[in-house]
Design a binder for this molecule. Structure first.
Ligand code: ZN
Length: 482
């Protein structure tokens, strides 16, 4: 009860602060400006949702933040009314300056989806004229058919090359640093945001996320990771053996072959026998943190006033192991801001997928509804629907409130800004929950009530319906943020 009163007081206090303190962000890719025109798009996002900061997808090979609507999903009520199946490729949507990429072999990554179109040249001056800030937004998503990319790839447990890149590989590390230096020196931007929607080998082997993975293809076992493991006193061969045993355990679980002592006990036996399983997981997580810190330092060296922060993957809402790795006190040391993904609408479908996956590995003996109830307890969600209903219902705005409030408390004592990622029309399966103007309004109000310093409307403008974007705008006006 006390916390509810405190929450209401906090919300009241915030409502009186000037709106200029609050970041009202929106993620957007080049295709929207190409299809709809720069001034038109800026008009629409200012009028519908009072956006004051655009997160421009300046680099990615993924459709989550670039390209038009994902093929198979209904097209929104703006933009070209056709899919870009044949023309989307990805890469850098702004000019690449080779002097920043001398110490990496990955140099050919300029997107040619729109010829020589340069999204920073086209959009940034127009945004600045309106007082809209521009953050360069990029993610850890690549393709396999790029020149020299093989030299940056992770190695799987099986020995093969992965499609993902290794943070400990100097070619990738130098590329990341070159990228942020290029943007920071070449354009009057306001900041950088990077996201990596990945986790370590232990969680991946268990498929402890809303996406499924092959336990024999977990990463990373490349020469650089092996050398780093040795430095940390981890026995590489024992780690390999442990992961091979873990893969057998997961394969048996997926075939519903129950171990003699049950799933949970047998997994503990493996962890006790091979503590290297957890050591390898933390090696990966520490490598990600070092990458954050390196990007932060490089950007600040170029221009200390630039804001630097991270997109924190939605798995933070489902998998307690991954949540344990998102130590906000640690991350705040090299984060001006955090976009914590709190996508309420697709959250239900994704949680149901996560439960299916861990039911085949860690918790094969626990009925799925009980397993979901356990997760609601340990993750501190109180007002969510049962397993049969969440794909169609999504998560509630109470989830957004609780996750914002938790993150706010986790950041106590730091200057890191908290900008929850708000779900607007993130694709879900055909019969599952869809965004609505009222659901979006409630989610934004919940984030504000939870103590957010801003909101980040996600994932990309090209998949958002304008009525739902306006739902966010309504909440912002009601809260005196706009
Ligand atoms: Zn590696």
């Amino acid at each position: 009860m006390q916390s509810t009163v405190a929450g209401a007081l906090a919300a009241g206090a915030q409502a009186q602060q000037p709106s200029s303190n609050k970041t009202i962000g929106l993620q957007i890719g080049a295709v929207s400006f190409v299809d709809e025109g720069v001034e038109k798009v800026l008009d629409v996002i200012q009028e519908s949702a009072s956006v004051n900061t655009i997160f421009l997808a300046t680099f990615t090979y993924g459709r989550g933040i670039a390209g038009r609507q994902v093929p198979g999903q209904p097209l929104p009520d703006h933009g070209k009314q056709e899919y870009d199946t044949g023309s989307f490729f990805g890469g850098s949507y702004t000019a690449v300056h080779p002097q920043y990429f001398r110490d990496t072999v990955f140099r050919e990554f300029r997107a040619t989806d729109f010829g020589k179109y340069d999204v920073l040249e086209e959009v940034l001056p127009a945004a600045r004229k309106r007082g809209i800030k521009t953050i360069c937004w990029f993610e850890d998503v690549f393709r396999k058919d790029l020149p020299n990319i093989q030299q940056l790839q992770e190695r799987e447990l099986s020995g093969g090359a992965a499609g993902t890149l290794c943070f400990n590989n100097p070619n990738y590390r130098h590329w990341l640093l070159g990228m942020v230096e290029d943007w920071s020196r070449s354009h009057p931007i306001d900041g950088i945001m990077w996201g990596s929607e990945r986790q370590g080998a232990f969680s991946n082997a268990l498929s402890a996320s809303h996406g499924s993975s092959d336990p024999e293809r977990v990463t990373c076992f490349c020469q650089f990771c092996q050398a780093k493991a040795k430095q940390r006193g981890i026995n590489v061969e024992r780690a390999r053996t442990g992961f091979l045993e873990l893969a057998k355990f997961v394969r048996a679980g997926r075939a519903h072959e129950r171990p003699v002592d049950g799933y949970y006990v047998t997994l503990w036996r493996l962890m006790l026998r091979y503590p290297e399983l957890l050591a390898w997981e933390m090696l990966w997580t520490d490598s990600l943190r070092e990458t954050y810190a390196a990007i932060y330092q490089r950007t600040k060296q170029v221009k200390s006033s630039l804001g630097v922060g991270w997109h924190i993957w939605h798995n933070n809402s489902f998998n307690p192991i991954y949540r344990a790795e998102q130590d906000l006190a640690e991350l705040s040391k090299y984060s001006d801001f955090l976009k914590i993904v709190i996508y309420h609408n697709c959250g239900g479908e994704r949680m149901a997928n996560y439960i299916d996956h861990v039911h085949d590995s860690i918790y094969g003996d626990v009925p799925k509804q009980e397993l979901l109830d356990f997760h609601y307890r340990v993750l501190d969600y109180r007002d969510e629907k049962d397993l049969a209903a969440i794909p169609e219902a999504g998560f509630s705005s109470d989830y957004v409130f609780r996750e914002t409030k938790r993150a706010r408390a986790g950041l106590t004592g730091s200057n890191t800004k908290l900008w929850p990622g708000i779900d607007i029309d993130i694709p879900t399966a055909q019969d599952h929950s869809k965004s609505t103007p009222e659901g979006t309004r409630q989610a934004v109000l919940a984030a504000i009530r939870g103590g957010a310093d801003g909101v980040l409307l996600s994932r990309k403008y090209s998949e958002m319906k304008l009525a739902n974007l306006k739902g966010a705008g309504t909440a912002l006006r009601e809260s005196n943020w706009a």
